[in-house]
Design a binder for this molecule. Structure first.
Ligand code: HEC
Ligand code: HEC
Ligand code: HEC
Ligand code: HEC
Length: 134
């Protein structure tokens, strides 16, 4: 009898651990400051409310790895500290879409599209993302 109860408790602990690690998997806020990739930064870094963007969007709406035009990214690779999922790891100086465009196309692109449809969205002006007084 005791053994059974122990197993139930252990199972609960396991579930809690899985739940905690799943919520840890998405950083709440990320300060985007690729100063190494940009070498000479002209604008301030951008604070990106990551968790806010996970409401209503799929991870793979933004994160990608294309093979023959298809997004084949394994969601399990979306872990904090995995440098391979960072935009700068693929959008380099010799990429078709360089890093600065990659960010602007994705971020401003979506905000502009949603604003056009009259939906609640994020900043579209330079200073809205590159906040000056910091
Ligand atoms: C609106 C776009 C968007 C959505 C949706 C999104 N992410 Fe992200 N995520 C980003 C951007 C941009 C970064 C920063 C990448 C960089 O630093 O180059 C990021 C970074 C991350 C990182 C941190 C990587 C590191 O640098 O350590 C993790 C982990 C992550 N995302 C997981 C997820 C998971 C899990 C989901 C789905 C629940 C998700 N993301 C949904 C845009 C998004
Ligand atoms: C594993 C490599 C890789 C990573 C990591 C990556 N990209 Fe891409 N991205 C590509 C490739 C390849 C394309 C296809 C266009 C091309 O040939 O350059 C692309 C296309 C895009 C496009 C064009 C629209 C689309 O989705 O097809 C945007 C915008 C973009 N990436 C932004 C980002 C951002 C922002 C990040 C970080 C959250 C990111 N990318 C991470 C490789 C990558
Ligand atoms: C697919 C659509 C989409 C993409 C891609 C996207 N956003 Fe947003 N963003 C939104 C929406 C929708 C909101 C409004 C969310 C809310 O207030 O509930 C928002 C809000 C914001 C806000 C304001 C948050 C606040 O507290 O008012 C900032 C800052 C922002 N986004 C930055 C970014 C940056 C930086 C990127 C690129 C790394 C990005 N967004 C990519 C849809 C997007
Ligand atoms: C929706 C958010 C958003 C808006 C709006 C936006 N940017 Fe950016 N921009 C970014 C992000 C994110 C980066 C990547 C920053 C990093 O990782 O260092 C970036 C990078 C840059 C860079 C390259 C890095 C640097 O500092 O030199 C320049 C230049 C830049 N933006 C200028 C502009 C200008 C000019 C405007 C207005 C026309 C603008 N941005 C509007 C999000 C935005």
């Amino acid at each position: 009898m005791k053994k059974k109860r122990l197993i139930i408790v252990l199972f609960g602990v396991l579930l809690a651990a899985v739940w905690v690690s799943a919520s840890w998997a998405q950083p709440e806020k990320i300060v985007l400051n690729n100063s190494e990739a940009f070498k000479q930064k002209k604008r301030s870094s951008v604070t990106f409310p990551h968790e806010l963007h996970c409401n209503g969007l799929e991870c793979l709406d933004c994160h990608h790895r294309y093979e023959k035009g298809e997004n084949v990214l394994d969601e399990d690779s979306l872990e904090e500290g995995n440098a391979e999922i960072r935009c700068a790891s693929c959008h380099t100086w010799d990429a078709r879409i360089q890093l600065r465009s990659a960010f602007h196309l994705m971020c401003t692109g979506c905000h502009a599209k949603q604003a056009k449809m009259g939906e609640k969205t994020g900043p579209r002006t330079c200073g809205g993302c590159h906040v000056i007084d910091k």
